[in-house]
Design a protein around this ligand. Structure first.
Ligand code: F6R
Length: 607
């Protein structure tokens, strides 16, 4: 979603800002802009579309030493140059870039207009520079603090004053900001990836904190005016700049990285001899685990699908009632929070506003919530305090692939720990631990020989509608397959539990409609075969993802994609892989921008 980068120091700001914007492209955006201190004023350029277009436009721009820049993902107002950030006050001397949403912007806008202010954009953000201007009497910090007393909502923002080119003001409330401290130069960004090429010494601003950033350092205070400290840490080498490593796209690279990323999610956690696992970050001993009487997984999109799989595994192996909930629904339905329930907030980015909102609701009602997170130091990780890092490494392609399988893996490890305190004997625990341990190798084995994905992609790319079906553990996999296909190839499709097909979606089937059956060998297999025959009787084409050696399904299907054999709770780690490849290849056939699909954002920091 929107990205912020700011620079102040002895070097030319412009190329550093443009580089920072490029790094954040993966987050998804539709326009970009930059504001630099220049002569006695500000120099501003914006463009709709790619950062590359802005980069061309600013060639020959001023060599000055402080500036702010932004990639915008439209929320309030269309994708136009006027709506792109930075936004300026009426005198063009105060520039603001902002992530988040000013919820009372309509009211503020009307009040400003009544005072004679002319606003130039349709955005919620533009009220900020005008409000700051209104309260500016020579002290930038005082003006920003006063303006923010009027604004309600979420913000990560950077402000540049023409009168004070030697400082950048940053404020955070619900939208992440990281400050990078280099040698005589400083940076600010909404994404650590954007600062890492210049410095690894960073500090994360906390909610309701304001920082005055200069070339020599940073001074932090709270919005209430109290002193605050920025904890400086050295950023993880995981954030090293993303490299395609010979792959054509990040999505493909990340799909093929899964044997390693799943291994990382398991590393140091499985106890093969004890038939158990250890997740230090949960900080729960067996007695605490035994106290968990229900488990609720919260997440959005792909993370919600991982949560569904995790909940099914907990019920199947630990016999603890478990369910997954869509975070955006959960937070607003006045949920019942019980003392003996454990909530897990699952998020790749750790910044998803809906998931943070759901966590907030659990915390307000006195519940226990922990994070299952990829991005180290992200907001979910920090506000939960306890949890599990999934360690998939930075995911650059907008569509989630390796983070999904790492989330499932981490949830299966939690399941083993829970199950071992009640339902699983030593030998059963050993079997689960060794099954999990074998999964990276099985994933590698499948990816080495992925089956007729090209043919499947050809059928899918030609189709006007695609149906994904699966039962039990394979239903969330079907949902995930359909989500990936929509995201990457923009092909209308949906997923149903196979048994539901005849209750409606069967009406959609025509000659040659591709129907993707996720049907590994499990307790539901016989039923899956009946559903497969029902589909074929309507002339649809069946693409079956099944366990290798299952000749009956292989022969029945129009296209057979075998995956290695495994226990049903682990099967999503394998059956997901062909669906990821299918979305990727269908997207390529249709000429889509697979790493940066339209309208999508990597980290959805607004509701
Ligand atoms: C799908 C996808 C999204 C995210 C969702 C939650 O490919 O990436 O559906 O899964 O926006 O994001 P996180 O996991 O960052 O909370």
């Amino acid at each position: 979603m929107c990205g912020i980068i700011a620079y102040i120091g002895p070097n030319s700001a412009l190329p550093r800002l443009v580089d920072g914007l490029r790094v954040m492209e993966y987050r998804g955006y539709d326009s970009a802009g930059v504001a630099l201190q220049h002569d006695d004023g500000l120099w501003v350029r914006k463009d709709v579309g790619r950062v590359a277009a802005l980069a061309e436009r600013v060639v020959g721009g001023p060599t000055t030493h402080s500036g702010i820049a932004h990639t915008r993902w439209a929320t309030h107002g269309e994708v136009t140059e006027a709506n792109a950030h930075p936004h300026l006050d009426g005198d063009l001397r105060i520039a603001v870039v902002h992530n988040g949403i000013i919820e009372n912007s309509t009211h503020l806008r009307t009040a400003l207009e009544a005072e004679g202010v002319t606003l130039r954009s349709q955005t919620d953000t533009e009220v900020l520079p005008h409000l700051i201007r209104k309260y500016y009497k020579g002290d930038p910090v005082a003006a920003v603090l006063e303006a923010l007393k009027q604004a309600r909502g979420t913000y990560g923002m950077a402000v540049l004053f023409a009168d004070h080119p030697d400082q950048i003001i940053a404020v955070r409330n619900g939208s992440p900001l990281v400050i990078g401290l280099g040698d005589g130069e400083s940076l600010l960004a909404s994404d650590p990836q954007a600062v890492v090429s210049m410095t690894r010494r960073v500090g994360y601003l906390q909610d309701r904190e304001l920082a005055v950033i200069t070339a020599d350092g940073v001074v932090v205070q709270t919005l209430a005016g109290n002193d605050a400290t920025l904890n400086i840490e050295t950023i993880d080498s995981d954030y090293a700049l993303a490299d395609l490593e010979g792959f054509e796209h990040f999505m493909l690279k990340e799909i093929y990285e899964q044997p390693r990323s799943i291994r990382r999610a398991l590393r140091g956690r499985l106890q093969l001899e004890e038939g158990n696992a250890k997740l230090g970050g949960l900080n729960m001993d067996p007695r605490d685990l035994l106290g968990v009487q229900r488990l609720i997984n919260l997440g959005c999109g792909t993370s919600y699908h991982a949560g569904m799989i995790g909940a099914m595994a907990v019920e199947a192996l630990a016999r603890v009632p478990a369910r997954a909930e869509i975070a955006s629904e959960f937070r607003y339905r006045h949920p019942i929070i019980q003392r003996d329930a454990l909530f897990l907030a699952i998020s790749q980015s750790g910044e998803t506003a809906d998931t943070l909102g759901a966590m907030g609701e659990v915390i307000t009602k006195g519940g226990t919530v922990m994070g299952v997170v990829n991005v180290v130091g992200s907001t979910v990780a920090r506000i939960s305090g306890r949890g599990v890092y999934v360690h998939s490494g930075p995911e650059i392609a907008v569509a989630s692939t390796k983070a999904f399988t790492s989330q499932i893996t981490a949830l299966l490890v939690c399941t083993l720990m829970l199950a071992r305190t009640r339902n699983l004997s030593l030998s059963e625990g050993q079997a689960v631990a060794s099954e999990l341990d074998s999964m990276p190798e099985k994933v590698r084995e499948y990816l080495e020989n992925p089956g007729p994905i090209d043919q499947a992609a050809q059928w899918v790319a030609e189709a006007s509608y695609v149906l994904f079906l699966g039962r039990g553990f394979s239903y969330p996999v079907a949902l995930e397959g359909a989500l990936k296909l929509k995201e990457i190839a923009y092909i209308p499709c949906e997923a149903y539990p196979s048994g539901e097909m005849k209750h409606g979606p069967i009406a959609m089937l025509q000659k040659n409609t591709p129907v993707i059956f996720v049907a590994p060998r499990d307790g539901q297999r016989e039923k899956a075969i009946s559903n497969l025959r029902e589909v074929q009787a309507r002339g649809a084409r069946v693409i079956a993802i099944h366990t290798e050696g299952d000749t009956e399904i292989a022969e029945l299907a129009d296209l057979s994609i075998p995956v290695p054999s495994c226990q049903s709770y682990a099967s999503p780690l394998l059956t997901t892989l062909p669906l990821q490849l299918l979305a990727y290849k269908s997207g390529l056939l249709l000429g889509r921008d697979v790493d940066k699909p339209r309208n999508l954002a990597k980290s959805v920091t607004v509701e």
